[in-house]
Write a protein that binds this ligand. Structure first.
Ligand code: AHG
Ligand code: MN
Ligand code: MN
Length: 347
């Protein structure tokens, strides 16, 4: 079998698409790959090392921090500082943004969720790391404004999934590319070039036990999706892991829509805009999909706070737009149902 390009080779080839690039950005992305390998090696031995379970602390969101959350957070921070290309970073596990000491300071801002899917760590279900990279806007001193940027301004975004294999998926705005870690070689090799989300949304992913708290449109949208199944064919299947990265990745490969809407208990939903929703929205858009908070594109939202939450609908563009229509109030009279049935050619 012919070997694919390594992540480093690929990042360098993407750099050639930006004539003004001086290699710093490539060095930075490669270093995120190093962090991914270190975290992967820890995750793969999680039951053997004393790193399972809660750390005994609670994070800025009031959530229990797992030991692996801390390991992953420290790993990403150290690798980014070492790259010499980062000015400051924001993490789900840090209350405030972290500035890089002067001697190692570079030009980029990185935001990340070091380990996504904490509740799945101890039970051997896929978890991940999510990140996005921005050029420092202010140039001089790092300010909060460097972080409060719409996802559209990112120069790169991606995620790592620690699943049946470890994959690194990223985009610099020129398509989405996936790399699989060969653990014995210690390298990521290109395995999924130019990923595009399939046309049909066959997966429907959301935590349905939240239905007592949903706004009515969510139930109507779910009903609309399920109504695509008839005697002839099951077109849609319910698939929900509970790790955003894993749910997103599956839907990216198979086609599907993931929802974590706002509800009565948490009006702004659960997921965080800057380091969860926006990076995945960047990937979705590059793969031909879309992401919305129900009213607007996730990539257009200008955050007010570092740890701001956002409702999220992400996946196939048609289904994301349909969810927006339901959220706006259409669908109450069956109009949307009729329209989409015609569009599908099944009416
Ligand atoms: P994290 O582990 O980084 O805090 O994120 C967990 C998130 C996300 O991965 C997942 O989609 C969601 O929590 C699941 O939440 P519910 O348990 O409320 O469904
Ligand atoms: Mn997360
Ligand atoms: Mn996390």
């Amino acid at each position: 079998m012919e070997l694919g390009a390594t992540l480093t080779q690929h990042v360098l080839s993407q750099q050639r698409l930006h004539p003004q690039a001086r290699g710093e950005f490539s060095g930075l992305l490669t270093q995120i790959g190093v962090a991914a390998k270190i975290i992967s090696s820890q995750v793969r031995r999680a039951g053997l090392l004393p790193i399972l379970g809660a750390s005994g602390t609670v994070n800025t969101h009031g959530e229990v921090v797992q030991k692996l959350d801390e390991v992953a957070n420290r790993t990403v921070i150290e690798c980014l500082i070492r790259s010499g290309h980062v000015a400051a970073m924001a993490s789900e596990e840090e209350d405030e943004y972290v500035e890089v000491p002067e001697a190692r300071r570079g030009a980029y801002i990185v935001v990340f969720d070091p380990l996504d899917g904490s509740s799945n760590i101890d039970v051997n279900i896929s978890i991940g790391t999510i990140f996005a990279v921005y050029r420092q806007a202010s140039g001089g001193e790092v300010t909060r404004r460097d972080f409060l940027r719409p996802g559209r301004e990112a120069c790169a975004a991606g995620y790592v999934i620690y699943g049946s294999s470890t994959m690194f998926v990223y985009s610099t705005g020129h398509g989405v590319h996936g790399f699989t870690l060969d653990p014995s070689a210690g390298e990521f090799f290109l395995s999924h070039a130019d990923i595009k989300i399939p046309n049909q949304a066959s997966c429907l992913s959301l935590n349905e036990s939240n239905s007592p708290y949903w706004e009515p449109w969510v139930g109507r949208f779910v009903g609309e999706m399920k109504a695509r199944n008839d005697e002839d064919k099951r077109r849609v299947s319910s698939r929900h892991v509970g790790s955003l990265v894993a749910d997103f990745h599956r839907n990216l490969m198979y086609g599907g829509v993931f929802l974590y809407p706002g509800d009565r208990r948490s009006p702004r939903g659960k997921l965080r805009l800057i380091y969860e929703a926006a990076p995945l929205a960047f990937i979705a858009a590059q793969a031909g999909g879309a992401a919305s908070d129900g009213a607007q594109d996730i990539l257009d939202i200008v955050p007010d706070e570092l740890h701001q939450r956002t409702p999220l609908v992400i996946g196939n563009a048609a289904e994301v737009r349909l969810a927006e229509e339901f959220a706006r109030g259409r669908g109450e009279d069956g109009m949307v149902s009729a329209t989409t049935a015609v569009e599908r050619g099944s009416a």
